[in-house]
Design a protein around this ligand. Structure first.
Ligand code: FAD
Ligand code: SF4
Length: 326
């Protein structure tokens, strides 16, 4: 690992200034992803700016909105009473991620910023446009079993690995950000990017911008929800595909639906057309299959991940069935 300096500022301004003014500086929170990237030589910061002294750990309800500080731990958030009762989809998604030990270190901001798990990205002897722009993509002609089926490009077919972010996408969260030019709010849908020609950019954060929190509006998805994660082993593995399903059902009619997927795209993948197809319908297996079929229409597969289309179809249907029968 390269040598680096380490500071632990106590104010937001000092932390932001330290990263904004130094190209080689990076924020560090729980360190569960950044340190792995540093050890494998994928990232080589010369300064780490530890943000753990900043007052960004709170989880609180402000009026009709849940406010989550960027330093709230994944484990605390999953176990929070309000989250369990009012945002159960988020709690389920968090508990599907990593292990209890990792969730005790991993923060909300760090989880959103974690980098892809594409093995070519981590192998510095291989070409990778995300790690080293214009060097090529090892995965397109290589082993691409874990890779994207939606929204990929000729530059990169990697997927975003987070579970938490799939639920945040489904719940229409907003990301709160502060940087050298002040504060702004980014709808969750616009936070992560598709790869296009710039796969080195995972998200739309500007230089020196720090995630300070996430807000989720009150919603009607407190009962009929399910987070389904399909993976190679029962725990401690990233999703092959995952589905966050939330339904608002009254008198055997779906008043509204939210659906998002993980493990299938460079960003959490919201299934807007499938949601529309479910609105006003009865929560039947047939209608769920119909919506799932709509969701997979734009899938494009690669030599080793063609199985993900059928897996997605079945996973969407199953998640909806489980949500409806909780
Ligand atoms: C073995 C293993 C298994 C895992 N399995 C899963 C899984 O199944 N599902 C899943 O979702 N995740 C999984 N993870 C990933 C884990 O959830 C992330 O590593 C963790 O959430 C990152 O949070 P952190 O606070 O440790 O981030 P760090 O490692 O500290 O930081 C990660 C990145 O975020 C940036 N950053 C951190 N906080 C902020 C902020 N507030 N504003 C701006 N930038 C910031 C850092 O600069 C860095 O670039 C796994 C990780 C490991 C090691
Ligand atoms: S899929 Fe993306 S991250 Fe993986 S090797 Fe290709 S460019 Fe790199």
């Amino acid at each position: 690992m390269n040598q680096f300096s380490y500071i632990r500022p106590a104010s937001l301004k000092a932390a932001i200034d330290a990263v904004a003014k130094d190209n080689s500086a990076r924020f560090i929170a729980g360190g569960t992803n950044l340190l792995d990237l540093m050890k494998s030589g994928v990232t080589t910061p010369e300064k780490l700016v530890d943000i753990n002294r900043l007052p960004l750990k709170e989880i609180q309800v402000n009026g009709a909105t849940l406010h989550i500080g960027a330093l709230a731990l994944n484990s605390e958030l999953a176990a929070h009473d309000t989250v369990k009762s009012q945002y159960p989809l988020l709690s389920q998604a968090l508990l599907a991620g990593a292990s209890q030990q990792l969730r005790n270190m991993a923060t909300v901001g760090g989880n959103m910023m974690q980098r892809t798990r594409c093995s070519y990205f981590y192998d510095t002897t291989m070409p990778c446009n995300k790690r080293n722009p214009n060097s090529g993509c090892g995965a397109i002609g290589g082993i691409n079993r874990m890779h994207a089926i939606f929204g990929a490009s000729d530059s990169c077919i990697a997927v975003h690995p987070s579970d938490m972010c799939v639920a945040l996408a489904a719940l229409d969260a907003t990301v709160l950000v502060t940087g050298p030019k002040g504060s702004r709010r980014i709808p969750f849908h616009d936070f992560h990017r598709l790869p296009g020609n710039t796969p080195q950019l995972d998200n739309n954060l500007g230089k020196g911008e720090l995630i300070t929190g996430v807000e989720i509006p009150a919603n009607d998805y407190t009962k009929y929800v399910y987070y389904l994660k399909v993976r190679d082993r029962a725990s401690y593995a990233f999703a092959l595909v995952s589905v966050a399903a939330a339904l608002d059902i009254h008198n055997n009619e779906i008043r509204s639906a939210r659906l998002a997927m993980g493990g299938v795209a460079h960003k959490p993948w919201r299934l807007y057309e499938a949601e529309k197809a479910l609105t006003g319908k009865a929560p039947t297996e047939e209608n769920f299959r119909y919506a799932a079929n709509i969701a997979i229409q734009s899938a494009k597969t690669y030599p080793h991940n063609a199985f993900k289309t059928g897996l997605s179809l079945n996973s969407i249907q199953t998640a909806l069935l489980k949500a409806a029968t909780v």
